[in-house]
Write a protein that binds this ligand. Structure first.
Ligand code: NDP
Length: 322
């Protein structure tokens, strides 16, 4: 089979499109013929070496396709069924062997491309809005990178839970998109100081929660946007990692809460994974959650997909098709 392999970490050029052996499923694994792989920022972190994996590795944490074969202990899925997953590395390939515990069946009305596009970012938006800080009706939430993969789903979930949503984006086109997904206000954070704008829009009160995936360039301003006892959910670092901070700062800025969560701890049990994935896939099937696929690339062009994501040139989700 063909797949992407990284032999040394670095720029997009290290994503080599190669002939590789077909993975052999273990007793608890499902062998999936991948129809689409999701492209995520986490794939960039592994490619550059910011996050560690033993070399060589096949990137990609998300995919969907048809079950080709199952291990001897697999009970929940069978050959020929359409499934999706997130959280097992190696989806940038024609086939992947994935633990059954990570795999969900796609419901009627959700095709493989949609499944691959929504699993990781959809479950992320779900845990951010429902668990890391469970949004209450009447809250105001600030969502950075609001037209991005997680961003456009998070706006919709925050609205569904009754929040007023303020989004930040870098361009007018992205601002229109964020409004289209339900953002009440949108700030172009490369043109104006988003902290002052948030204070103006909330008449000085600040917001109850900031969802910050941008990191280095937004972190300090995000703290300054919060109402007393507000929550900063720092869940990414698209602009670079945040330097260490003195916890005393959280006290002086209003007895604030700071967490740096990761999806894997919010789908740690099979029950939680199935509940979150079930909600997300049902909402997509019913049309309650709208998904934007902002670009598709052949697997052989994964380097170009990474370049686009890194350069802020994307909206919604990027997919790769083997
Ligand atoms: P996005 O589609 O959101 O793409 C990143 C966006 O970040 C860009 O489009 C851009 O939006 C914004 N951005 C701001 N500054 C920069 C910069 N210097 N370089 C690049 N982008 C920048 O990506 P994803 O939805 O895949 O992921 C968003 C973030 O969420 C990532 O940091 C990712 O690691 C994190 N994440 C974390 C998870 C967790 O559980 N902790 C799970 C899933 C994702 P604009 O042009 O509008 O500024």
């Amino acid at each position: 089979m063909k797949g992407i392999r990284v032999h040394k970490t670095g720029g997009p050029e290290v994503l080599g499109h190669e002939e590789m052996p077909l993975p052999v499923p273990g007793p608890k694994d499902v062998l999936i013929k991948i129809e689409a792989s999701g492209v995520n920022f986490i794939d960039i972190y592994f490619r550059t070496g910011l996050y560690w994996a033993p070399l060589p590795f096949t990137p990609g944490h998300e995919g969907a396709g048809v079950v080709e074969a199952i291990g001897s202990e697999v009970k929940g899925v069978k050959a020929g069924e359409a499934v999706a997953y997130a959280g097992a590395m190696g989806s940038y390939a024609e086939y992947a062997a994935v633990p059954e515990a990570k795999v969900v069946k796609l419901p009627p009305g959700v095709d493989c491309r949609t499944g691959a596009a929504v699993m990781l970012q959809g479950m992320t938006a779900h845990y951010l809005s429902h668990s890391a800080y469970p949004i209450k009706p009447g809250d105001t939430a600030l969502v950075h990178a609001a037209a991005g993969g997680v961003g456009h789903l998070l706006i919709q979930m925050a609205k569904k839970r009754g929040a007023r949503v303020i989004g930040t984006v870098s361009t007018e086109e992205k601002a229109d998109l964020a409004r289209g997904y339900g953002a009440d206000e949108v700030i172009l954070y490369i043109r104006s100081d988003f902290f002052s704008e948030v204070r103006r829009l909330t008449e000085g009160r600040g917001v109850q929660v900031v969802y910050d995936s941008v990191g280095l360039t937004t972190f300090e301003g995000s703290l300054d946007c919060l109402a007393p006892r507000g929550y900063l959910i720092l869940f990414g670092q698209s602009s670079g990692p945040v330097p260490p901070l003195d916890p005393q700062l959280l006290s002086t800025k209003g007895s604030l809460f700071l967490t740096r969560p990761t999806l894997w701890h919010y789908v740690a049990t099979n029950q939680e994974l199935r509940a979150r994935a079930g909600d997300v896939l049902d909402w997509v099937a019913s049309g309650a959650l709208r998904l934007r696929i902002g670009g598709t690339f052949p697997l052989s062009e994964s380097a170009e997909a990474h370049r686009r994501l890194e350069s802020r040139g994307t909206t919604g989700k990027l997919l790769m098709i083997p």
